[in-house]
Design a protein around this ligand. Structure first.
Ligand code: ATP
Length: 257
């Protein structure tokens, strides 16, 4: 995925346009895991929407697998999950997972076994027939991730998927996401507010600043996988968290809590 000099402006009544993204360059190698982190309003979701083909840049270009994201989006080759799992309340777990196949008209009888394997991948065996209202927040997010993977996408885009979960559940979902990603290596971009989540999951952390939205630093994460929960408290992990925090808070004048 290559983002070259991307700019996105939003019109504002009686004011100069808001520059949500300015001259953003980013290259994500196939099979890599990138985390986007930055203060609220710095343009993370806007950038994700450009990669997802849900929005277009005003200048510059976005290419996913050398192709136009909007085209890939329509072909179901981009998998997306948002903070709000956005499941259809009248559909069961299995029916929600197969939704992208129904929408794109790709569903075939042979897909049932693949969907069952996805249910297993996200640890929801025995809940296939449950409705969203019968699931916990973490389970709903698992369904959203399985649904994002059902079309075998080239790229998985996750916009704060665990943002609404409590800290303990978030940690366990971080481990789950790592397991899922290791079992199904997919180029992934994760938007998060959690420095620990970014350091634990990503190969590379893209730290953004706002006004205008831009890339402030790209920090490599060297830890080998699979990463164990103990990593969260290791000095090298803490040092990397500190490095990310320093860039993150630099925009507010340097000092951070
Ligand atoms: N459709 C839109 N119309 C007008 N302004 C928009 C639109 N979408 C985003 N913006 C503005 O662009 C800026 C970037 O928004 P964006 O949602 O990308 O930020 P973010 O970093 O994802 O924020 P958060 O972490 O709070 O979700 C914000 O100032 C927002 O108000």
């Amino acid at each position: 995925m290559v983002i070259a000099h991307a700019q996105r402006n939003f019109a504002r009544a009686a004011q100069a346009p808001l520059v949500a993204l300015q001259d953003v360059n980013l290259h994500c190698a196939p099979g890599s895991f990138t985390a986007l982190i930055g203060p609220s309003g710095c343009g993370k979701s806007t950038l994700l929407r450009l990669i997802a083909g849900l929005d277009r840049p005003d200048a510059g270009s976005v290419k996913v697998a050398a192709d136009d994201p909007e085209r890939l989006q329509k072909a179901g080759r981009l998998g997306i999950a948002f903070q709000d799992a956005a499941l259809l309340p009248w559909r069961t777990v299995t029916q929600n997972i197969r939704l992208p196949l129904d929408i794109t008209g790709q569903y075939q009888a042979g897909d049932a076994a693949r969907i069952a394997a996805l249910v297993e991948l996200v640890g929801l065996q025995r809940f296939e027939a449950a409705l969203p209202a019968q699931l916990s927040g973490g389970m709903r997010q698992r369904v959203a991730i399985a649904r994002a993977l059902v079309t075998r996408p080239d790229v998985l885009l996750l916009d704060e998927p665990f943002g609404a979960l409590d800290q303990i559940l978030r940690r366990s979902m971080n481990l789950e996401l790592q397991r899922i990603w290791l079992e199904r290596p997919t180029t992934t971009v994760l938007v998060t507010h959690g420095i620990d989540e970014a350091v634990f999951l990503a190969d590379r952390i893209v730290v953004m600043h706002g006004n205008p939205g831009r890339v402030a630093a790209v920090i490599d994460v060297p830890f080998a996988r699979p990463r164990a929960p103990q990593l969260f408290v290791e000095p090298a992990f803490r040092a990397l968290e500190e490095q990310v925090a320093e860039v993150l808070y630099a925009q507010r004048g340097g000092a951070h809590p």
